[in-house]
Design a protein around this ligand. Structure first.
Ligand code: NDP
Length: 491
């Protein structure tokens, strides 16, 4: 028995209550007018149950709706103190708690885990100076280099608006009109397009981010999380035989069994000077930095070792945002990244509400002190709902009101010299060389899988779309183009 804090009366902690805390006498029968009569209007407990039930869902994510997540630990094995003041990247051996959510991209919440689709790979680092979210994918590049194309791209890859069926014509028509997608679509159609499980994927920041140090020097950085389980994949035929929820089951069961999946964390680092002179635009999300130019540096290990207790509260309400940065980690001129800095926060406010960062899975593990106030569900964090000052600047630092920390001022970010604000056409960027580089490192078996996977969809598209795609494959590699033509012709 515990005591009601207000009245001091005894409460049995297992007593069923309504949401206002009152004991419920009967949760099996509604109140009715006689044994065979209708329910009456005074059934407020029945109405509360039904009304809450109607509100059990929040809008599902438009992309990355189907996901699985777990908690774990990041252990730093190489200090990055020369590059960054980020407090969790200073001491070798330092550990930081993380939450990692994997997902498919295009399907709804109950779609299959085995779609040919990129996999989201988002890591929330609960550092002592706030949460850093590395919101990445299992691919080092993306289909686009400009966020203005994102809604069109996603519309083209989802179901047809009339039939609600997959639409290979739209998929390839978008790609035919956007050669910048060729590198990523080559990865997607390769043998790596359908991972065996979430434990068997790599993760990449894909974007170029930055690190900055005490001296105010900035370095450009790409993050790579290489699976220690090895890359394992499925063919279309193998994937079709898997249960829709297989990747979710695999993750939950392996962690429950103590078989903790892990990733080796690497970075590629580029100086500002190297970026200015590099032959590749280092901020173009459709391109990698070849390893021969910028080798991977081992910096840590990430392990997942605890499942969520409640899927909805934790995995569904998890709100990752590339704008969740900490002192010492910054963004870059990557224009897809800038679109995401706005897009993700906006999605969370729509799905969860203004105070989404106060929900336990999203709440920083360090104190949050600011002057943002009120809104739906205010009060979860008492520091933001007390009687203290709700404006800044004020004269109350001496009584503990939060004040700025000028020592974490980010250094200025270099832009192109004499940049003029305008709309720049980048259609003639090199969209082909790196797709070709990938094709050329594939084994014969991988090449065959790639062209067959492309032919499955492209053979269902109109001839103008097929012709435009053949030209793109040719430009990546003559052999790539010739094989796709042949495979499509033989369908
Ligand atoms: P490297 O030979 O040094 O690296 C090739 C990389 O390709 C390896 O990391 C390998 O990953 C990965 N890879 C192999 N097969 C596939 C596939 N089917 N889909 C996706 N990745 C694959 O070459 P470069 O650095 O010069 O890059 C050549 C091409 O490799 C690039 O154009 C790009 O498509 C791809 N790539 C490059 C990455 C980079 O950051 N440089 C990262 C990932 C891919 P693993 O070690 O996991 O087998």
């Amino acid at each position: 028995m515990s005591k009601c804090p207000f009245s001091g009366t005894a409460i049995n902690p297992t007593t069923l209550t309504s949401s206002n805390g009152a004991p419920v006498a009967n949760d099996n029968q509604s109140r009715t007018a006689g044994p065979r009569g209708p329910v009456t209007f005074d059934n407020h407990y029945l109405f509360e149950k039904l009304a809450h039930f109607n509100r059990e869902r929040i809008p599902e994510r438009v992309v990355h709706a189907r996901g699985s997540a777990a908690y774990g630990t990041f252990t730093l094995t190489k200090s990055l103190s020369d590059y960054t003041i980020a407090d969790f990247l200073q001491q070798e051996g330092q550990q930081t708690n993380v939450f990692l959510r994997f997902s498919t991209v295009g399907g709804g919440q109950d779609s299959s885990d085995y779609a040919r689709d990129p996999r989201g790979f988002s890591v929330k680092f609960y550092t002592e100076q706030g949460n850093w979210d590395m919101v990445g994918n299992n691919t080092p590049v993306f289909f686009l280099r400009d966020g203005i194309k994102f809604p069109d791209f996603i519309h083209s890859q989802k179901k047809n608006p009339r039939t609600n069926l997959p639409d290979p014509q739209a998929v390839y028509e978008f790609w035919a009109n956007n050669p910048q997608s060729l590198h990523q679509s080559t990865i997607l159609m390769s043998d790596r397009g359908i991972p065996l499980s979430y434990r068997h994927v790599n993760g990449y920041s894909s974007h170029t981010l930055s690190l900055w140090n005490k001296a105010g020097e900035r370095y450009w950085v790409k993050w790579h999380f290489k699976t220690n389980q090895g890359i394992k994949t499925l063919t279309n035929e193998e994937a079709a035989r898997m249960p829709a929820y297989g990747a979710q089951q695999d993750l939950v069961e392996s962690i429950d069994n103590g078989d903790f999946p892990s990733w080796t964390v690497n970075v590629q680092i580029m100086t500002e000077e190297e970026a200015r002179n590099y032959r590749i635009n280092p901020f173009d999300l459709t391109k990698v930095w070849p390893h021969s130019d910028f080798p991977l540096i081992d910096v840590g290990q990430l392990e997942l070792n605890r499942n969520v207790e409640n899927y909805f509260a934790e995995t569904e309400q998890a709100a990752f945002a590339p704008s969740n940065l900490v002192p010492g980690i910054g963004v870059s001129p990557d224009r897809m990244l800038q679109a995401r800095l706005i897009g993700y926060q906006d999605a969370h406010r729509y799905r969860i509400g203004a105070n989404y960062n106060q929900i336990p899975v999203n709440a920083p593990r360090c104190p949050v002190h600011n002057y943002q106030r009120d809104g739906a569900f205010a009060g979860v964090n008492p520091a933001l709902a007390g009687s203290g000052a709700n404006f800044y600047p004020n004269n109350r630092a001496r009584v503990g009101e939060p004040a700025e920390a000028p020592e974490v001022q980010e250094p200025p970010m270099p832009l192109e010299q004499d940049a003029w604000l305008d709309i720049y056409d980048n259609r003639d960027e090199d969209n082909y060389s790196q797709a070709g580089d990938l094709y050329r490192i594939m084994s014969e078996d991988q090449k065959q899988q790639l062209v067959q996977n492309i032919a499955d969809g492209l053979s269902q598209a109109t001839q103008d779309v097929q012709e435009a795609m053949f030209v793109q494959y040719d430009l990546a590699d003559k052999d790539y183009g010739a094989r796709v033509r042949k495979a499509v012709a033989s369908r």
